[in-house]
Design a protein. Sequence first.
Length: 289
Amino acid sequence: MPKRTTSSGSSGTRGTVVFESEHIDSVGPDDIKTLAAIIEQQVIPDLARARDQYDRLESPRLTSREIRTLVAHFYPRIVEMLLDDDLAQTLALIEDVLKRGVPVQNIYLDLLGPAARQFGQMWLDDELDFFGVTRGLGAIQLALTRIGDQSIAESHRYDDTRRIAIARAPNAQHFFGIITVREFFLLGGWEVVGGIDLEVGDDLFKLVSENWFPLIGISAGIDAQVSEVAEAIPHIREVAKNGRMGIIVGGPVFTNNPDMFNAVGADAMATDAEQALREAEKLLEHAFE
């Protein structure tokens, strides 16, 4: 089958992919299968597990057979919309599926997870070009964040004392861990500001200087980003509106070097989303002393 080609200027996500558009040239073709596998095998199961643990959403009860029927009906349309980079229509269709009573977990596991696998396989089978598959995976990334934000916001009233700003180290590209962490915090009753769109730098400094946060989280992926985080943390503390604000770090580089959080001046570190939530609760009390 000939490879499906896509232009880089369609509507919808406008080139926002799994990696930021300015870094797209650094994504190697060999990474595509890995990216798809990460989404399908790690990120989406973690999000579904978070829902199982913290789910407070009320939805019409459907039988397993009814859920499978609805998923099978809508799956081809969602895949086509993702490939066409039409995020607005994708989200509208997903909202329709949710209103019909399909749980969010099934949206993750039975629609977006298989879509990621299909895009990776289409790449391997030479049915989809490089930009097409990266844009499709990027659309899934954005859909994951929007679904979580929308469905949780409709069903939660946050405790005003539980607010966290989440940022990534400059040029960090490991977005999926941040997506999972945001989901856990949102489901845990926290108001979350930032995420994959907030980078350590002037925007974060301005945010914490103008708004009161008991806690911020910073994610870094590689050793080269550690020095930038270490340089930023003293300035964050200096300008923060809350002088007792806690700082928790995470990401692959800290997971591989658990004691490094002390060296960068953070108050705690977490190896996964569940631990991040636990550490945040421990640090929360100090923020009000």
